[in-house]
Design a protein around this ligand. Structure first.
Ligand SMILES: Cc1cc2nc3c(=O)[nH]c(=O)nc-3n(C[C@H](O)[C@H](O)[C@H](O)COP(=O)(O)OP(=O)(O)OC[C@H]3O[C@@H](n4cnc5c(N)ncnc54)[C@H](O)[C@@H]3O)c2cc1C
Length: 309
């Protein structure tokens, strides 16, 4: 482990020491040695919090020198993706050939300087509603491999972490993500409020799983965590001719079926308010919510259409 000499703080938010471990277990040990230390990968989220005065880390454990989490490998039909993969790396064609929706989300995650530094692990641990990789990971049902003290590793489904059911514990580091290789079309689409790179107003990931004859869809940014419209998934999966689904495509669905899927997904994610109990007029969704529902419907319809094209 190489530890930089303590830095003299130049400002109120700067950490007093920065440790640069070379392995995951060294990073976990560094966190144990300085319990107030905070891990930092690309720093794009962390420094935004420091600059906004929301965070004043006493010490930092930099993850950028841990080569074991900067790439990916194949393992038992899965990709084992390092948490230190940058968005720029995930956007490259060799990665996109295996994980097309994740690559599309990574390409959409902010301007180039952010994609060059920002990592998959940072996106997951920050768990912002607008995190672009999150709906894809939810649709793929990714599993997090978390490193803890004494060389321990434990696995947590992404949905459990995002729902707050099983969080990272103090001293733990997200090392890898286990993502199934589905060998079938996938899509990620993102709507933003303006042109150019910016945060999602809504996003949709659609993946086909021919082995399980399943369609999995997750909608991002409209709720604190990605939403899975399970009934809509099951309904549309029953319409697909799975005998012709290949890595390159599938048989198209009728436009009416794609429209109905979009509506089904949107109603599940942004439902009507419950009817009033006292006989008063039924409450209606405000215009902004109706507009968001239309956006979600369009993203889900186009996402499925693109996956089946
Ligand atoms: C201008 C700007 C635009 C952006 N646009 C987008 C966008 O369009 N879409 C989008 O999704 N995001 C966007 N982001 C957010 C950010 O770039 C991503 O969330 C990025 O993936 C964060 O990764 P990082 O490596 O920089 O995380 P860091 O900032 O290094 O860390 C973020 C948090 O995760 C923790 N952490 C990091 N890695 C680990 C690990 N392996 N184990 C345990 N804890 C860890 C840190 O302690 C910290 O709490 C934007 C950010 C900025 C500043």
């Amino acid at each position: 482990m190489s530890t930089h000499a303590p830095h003299a703080p130049n400002g109120p938010g700067l950490a007093r020491s920065v440790t640069l471990p070379a392995t995951l277990d060294e990073a976990v040990a560094a966190l144990a040695a300085i319990p107030a230390a905070v891990p930092v990968a690309g720093g794009t989220d962390l420094m935004a919090s420091v600059n906004a005065g929301q965070l004043r880390p006493a010490a930092l454990v930099g993850l950028g020198h841990i080569s074991e989490i900067r790439g990916w490998e194949y393992l038992d039909g899965h990709g084992l993706l390092g948490a230190g993969l940058t968005h720029a790396r995930m956007g490259r064609p060799d990665f996109a050939a295996l994980f097309p929706a994740l690559a599309a989300a990574a390409r959409a995650a902010g301007p180039p300087q952010i994609r060059n530094a920002g990592t998959l692990g940072g996106n997951v641990v920050t768990a912002a509603p607008t995190g672009d990789t999150l709906p894809v990971l939810a649709a793929l049902e990714a599993v997090l491999v978390i490193a803890g003290p004494g060389g321990a590793r434990r696995e947590v489904p992404i949905g459990h972490l995002l729902a707050g059911m099983d969080m990272l514990r103090p001293g733990e580091i997200l090392g890898h993500l286990r993502v199934p290789l589905l060998h079938a079309p996938q899509a990620f689409l993102k709507a933003t409020g303006r042109t150019g790179p910016s945060r999602a107003v809504a996003s949709a990931a659609v993946v086909l799983d021919p082995a399980r004859r399943g369609v999995r869809c997750a909608i991002g940014a409209v709720a604190p965590m990605p939403l899975r419209p399970l009934e809509a998934e099951q309904w549309v999966a029953s319409l697909i001719d799975w005998s012709v689904v290949t890595q390159r495509g599938a048989s198209a669905l009728a436009p009416e079926a794609l429209d109905a899927f979009g509506q089904y997904v949107a109603m599940a994610c942004i439902p009507d308010p419950p009817p009033a109990e006292d006989g008063a007029a039924a409450p209606v969704l405000p215009p902004a919510a109706l507009q968001l529902r239309r956006t979600v419907a369009a993203l889900a319809r186009r996402g499925l259409g693109r996956a089946l094209a």
